[in-house]
Ligand binder design. Sequence first.
Ligand SMILES: Cc1ncc(COP(=O)(O)O)c(C=O)c1O
Length: 445
Amino acid sequence: MTLLSDVPRLASADLDAYWMPFTANRQFKSAPRMFVKAEGMYYTTDDGRQVLDGFAGLWCCNAGHCRPGIVAAIQAQAAEMDYAPSFQMGHPLAFRLANRIVELAPGKLDHVFFCNSGSEAVDSALKIALAWQRVRGEGARTRLIGRERGYHGVGFGGISVGGIAANRKMFGTLLAGVDHLPHTHVLEKNAYSRGQPEWGAHLADELERLVTLHDASTIAAVIVEPLAGSTGVLVPPRGYLQRLREITRKHGILLIFDEVITAFGRMGTNFAADLYGVEPDMITFAKGVTSGTVPMGGVIVSSDIYRAFMGGPPGAIELFHGYTYSAHPLACAAGIAALDLYRDEDLFARAARMAPKLEAALHGLKGTRHVVDIRNHGMVGAVELAARAGAPGARGFETYLECFEAGVLVRQTGDIIALAPAFIVEDAQIDRIASTLRDVLSRIE
Ligand SMILES: Cc1ncc(COP(=O)(O)O)c(C=O)c1O
């Protein structure tokens, strides 16, 4: 067996074939950054350096890396049954994992549809929303509402309801009949908020305006990230999500929370829906369900939605949707093992306990050169930098590269540095993340 850490370092000619996602390919290939091993809070690079992971990989390895219980479950499952078809066949792990997820899910959310990523989860949720409106006799409700600065993955559904121009502008006309709410982050109003900003709940009333414009009878669903992560950590203003819930309920519009980042403890609770006290009609999840070890995503729906589909002839397929790898046995084994680990080590409670530490460390950077905002909630934080004149994103990217050189992995989006460590992070590691950022920001232009 060849281990990644034993493979000789790649020559530059070996780097050409792989077209890397969401990456500056030419920059990367001129100065590659390669990880070959991971354990706990650390990665090892191909030149043998330890890098502290301040970002749980990519918002996903919530329990830390290569935890033995999860590794053993994946290995055992690969040897026992590698794959089973999920159309018209089943395997017990899929049902067990669905039951475990439902036990954690809020209120009436009690059925799980599996797929393989956050993007697929979003497209599945949007399709279920449209189909549900149709099966209940409201087939004219085809409009979907997202939000500016929303990130819902990269499928055509996700980029249509998403609100990041760079992810949309190259890809044609996208889905018809989509509109967007305004985003909630206005620096002049809510900079340096600790937790939920006080200002901004009224922005949910923009949904009433869209309902007046389009008429409720044309709107199927509203999708938002309860806390928007990928666009630079936008924490929902106090009362905002409650207001969205009231308005969607009043008008028969489904509310979908995209919890691909926030589900499974990231906010110190099972789901962000729990922390914010708002129950949506559907939750999308991915990443943390397997602690990032095997790709998996899914949608949790309320029993009202599930039951509405179960009215036809018993032998008929109720929803013409699914993936070859829906509920893949390796992903299910990894998911059950991850949920076991979260429970056995009480990791969501640990995330809640460590969140004030992360908040204090990050807000301690106020006044550091280039910093214009710091925000956080749960085990998520962001430090926003002033953009360099004429070069938006350049200062953020340089900060990211310099942090990596200093042995700390952060995430950069434009001029925002985001942090989301695994829940096993220690006080001293949080301090190191913050002090590395301070050092880097004080020396870069
Ligand atoms: C809220 C949200 N939705 C969807 C996605 C897409 O997930 P994936 O990259 O697994 O397709 C992400 C990824 O970060 C996300 O943050």
